[in-house]
Design a protein around this ligand. Structure first.
Ligand code: EAX
Length: 324
């Protein structure tokens, strides 16, 4: 009898411990940019919403400024399971999920509304599913925004002005193909190294959306900004698939909804930064070239576009271009 009570007590204790451990499950999520950014607000909102929607049973620890590594490393860590979650631009994603590559094609999207509609619609959702066979649960598409060129050498007014500039690029094969077609000397590099590379003159410039240029304070190390808007830069909430699969169905739902809230906050901040970014960066001393003839930049990519049509199929590209 006594033995039985002891056993029951022990079982109860074990259960109790398991329950309190569940009450404190902590997961990590990271970004390469600063907390005060469109990505910081994305993961901060996500963390808050997960906690709220799971009544505090899950706590999301947030890391900024590449504290856990660059974007490629963070996706790798999620795949391996050493980190549960990451928020990253699509830059390094093709190295893990090649099907996502098509979204990085320059001048594919007319504007943010077009890009968001594609990502939230069947095309974007199909690509999210492709992450699953690679060890990820992709929770949602978010964004960086439209990328623009900055450099320390000269004002870029036409595609000819890009020729011979040494620019840092993301570790993304589609971008590299396109930028080479512009005549740019491409130097792929992880984001956490970019500020120093610009400062030391290892590269002349880089390209990123206004929210990244502002939050990374590139105005301190770059004179010229041209609103080329040459490519839309998606971002993504990714989670380790094994970790996601182990969640109770209601908690899985909570994580998915929290990611949606993160996306809303992220997009609102991108809109805000895009609206005030030019004035802000001018005030900080940058020379900004607006109203470029985009058709000229597009025309300079004819050879690259032929490669993209061959790789992705014209029909697939047109399906995105013509999506309403
Ligand atoms: O995600 O690497 C890049 O240029 C990215 O746009 C940046 O890290 C934000």
């Amino acid at each position: 009898m006594k033995k039985l009570t002891r056993l029951m007590l022990a079982a109860g204790l074990t259960l109790g411990i398991a329950a309190s451990a569940a009450a404190q499950t902590t997961m990590k999520i990271s970004i390469a940019t600063a907390q005060n950014s469109h990505q910081g607000i994305a993961i901060d909102t996500f963390a808050k919403e997960v906690e709220k929607r799971t009544n505090g049973r899950y706590k999301i620890q947030t890391f900024y400024n590449g504290a856990l590594g660059g974007e490629r490393e963070s996706i790798e860590a999620v795949q391996l399971g050493t980190q549960e979650l990451a928020f990253s631009s699509s830059g390094p994603v093709p190295n893990f999920v090649p099907e996502a590559k098509i979204l990085d094609v320059p001048f594919l999207f007319r504007d943010k509304a077009h890009a968001r509609a594609v990502l939230d619609g069947p095309i974007g959702q199909d690509i999210l599913k492709k992450f699953e066979s690679k060890g990820f649960k992709a929770l949602a598409w978010a964004e960086n925004g439209f990328r623009h060129m900055t450099n320390s050498k000269r004002a870029v007014n036409t595609p000819e002005d890009l020729k011979g500039l040494k620019l840092r690029t993301m570790e993304n094969p589609v971008h590299i193909t396109a930028y080479k077609a512009f005549g740019i000397i491409t130097t792929p590099m992880a984001f956490p190294e970019v500020f120093t590379a610009l400062q030391q003159g290892t590269v002349d410039g880089q390209e990123n959306p206004l929210p990244v240029i502002i939050s990374a304070k590139f105005d301190q190390v770059q004179k010229h900004l041209s609103l080329t808007g040459h490519v839309y830069s998606p971002a993504i909430f990714v989670m380790n698939k094994g970790v996601f699969d182990k969640l109770a169905p209601a908690d899985q739902q909570a994580f998915l909804e929290a990611a949606k809230e993160g996306v809303k906050a992220n997009r609102a901040r991108v809109d805000e930064d895009d609206a005030k970014g030019v004035a802000d960066l001018r005030a900080k001393g940058m020379n900004v070239v607006e109203n470029l003839d985009k058709a000229k930049f597009q025309a300079a990519l004819t050879s690259a576009n032929a490669k993209f049509e061959k790789e992705f199929g014209k029909a697939n590209l047109d399906r995105i271009r013509n999506f309403k």
